[in-house]
Design a protein around this ligand. Sequence first.
Ligand SMILES: Cc1ncc(COP(=O)(O)O)c(C=O)c1O
Ligand SMILES: N[C@@H](CCCC[NH3+])C(=O)O
Length: 424
Amino acid sequence: MEDVLRIGGVGVDVLAATYGTPLYIYDQHAIEERMEDYRRYFHSDVLHCEVLYASKAFCIQEMMRLAKRHDLSLDVVSGGELYTALAAGVDPKRIYFHGNNKSPREIEEALQAGVGTLIVDNVMEGECLCAQMSQRTGEVHVLLRVNPGVTAHTHEYIVTAHDDSKFGISIHEQEAIVRLIERFSQTAGIVFDGFHAHIGSQIFEREAFETEIAILGRFLAELQHTYGIEAHSLDVGGGFAVRYTDADAPIPLPQLCQTITAACERQKQLHGLALERILIEPGRSIVAQAGLTLYTVGFQKQTAHRHYLFVDGGMSDNIRPALYQAAYACDVANRMNDPKTVRTCVAGKCCESGDVLIEEVMLPPCQAGDLLAVYTTGAYGFSMASHYNRLPRPAVVFIKDGQARCVVRRESYADLLRGEDVET
Ligand SMILES: Cc1ncc(COP(=O)(O)O)c(C=O)c1O
Ligand SMILES: N[C@@H](CCCC[NH3+])C(=O)O
């Protein structure tokens, strides 16, 4: 192995010298390969299969363009994500608009743009949509988000389908669901397609998805056989785990896709469902492993129990360790062959004791100016970045075929003042 880490054939020392640090670096080929793999493996002979990229994981125009090029649809959850997708030239019909509290204005924007499908999250939103549709012409497809009450084993902040979740209507509220679907059928322009559920994020167990689908199957059967409501589409969400450290063993993609398609086929057959189409919404598992964050090492210090190594970013570019106690792996990227002899705590530069990127990792002795690569930061890093402590957001670089290209420029101090030239 060379002393300097290379991404897509380019040395990270060259990238740091050209674009500065902190820097989000993506292997574009890895993203595209993953998109293709999803398209290849999410397949059924019985059901039409559709893959949506959950853009919240990493929402920039270039990602939207890649999704479009690889024929993925898009999941957006806000006017801002929708705006980004449209700006990138995504066909609005391929956009699915999620969110538990879309504003009336966002709904209006989505309808105006001709967004293909709205995922209605609660009864009030459904009523708001019906009211807006009765004032206009055109058509919108609707999926209703239901909460199947599945508790997946992941961090409590990213579980989305326990009984008291803020997302979706509980499948136990059948009357409310039936009434809402009736309202949809009475409203010109609304085409009710079926249901959506999403049980959480970074989920490792196949059984969680099998349980989700079995519960949804029984629910669809009850609606179909008791009320004559046919759901032609079922979107089972995303949440597929990735490998952040050696402790993680995600379900391999072919098995994951097979688990989902087989479970859906089984439910269709078991209950004689009218189901024709199934959808999944991977976000993290498309981009996380294709990305890393490159930092420059600054000062170090020894306390009674810890050796601290400070880097030039931190919770402002990666909130996940502070928010979810997320674990990451890293290397001193210009000393890849040096023996790892120092038990190190990697901390950021933000004014918070919790600004620790990696609690404990063995690293080689290193100096100010060395480069530290934190792996698997491609999802929910840039998209959850903040300006805390007025740190400008890092640049984003995509590497393909040995060529680097800056797809988001580094923010300047002047960018931080944008919007403040008002009523002084
Ligand atoms: C509705 C919905 N779909 C898809 C996703 C994407 O999840 P992940 O990035 O874990 O695949 C999320 C986030 O958890 C979500 O809330
Ligand atoms: N942002 C979270 C996951 C939430 C996904 C959106 N529902 C993470 O970084 O793990």
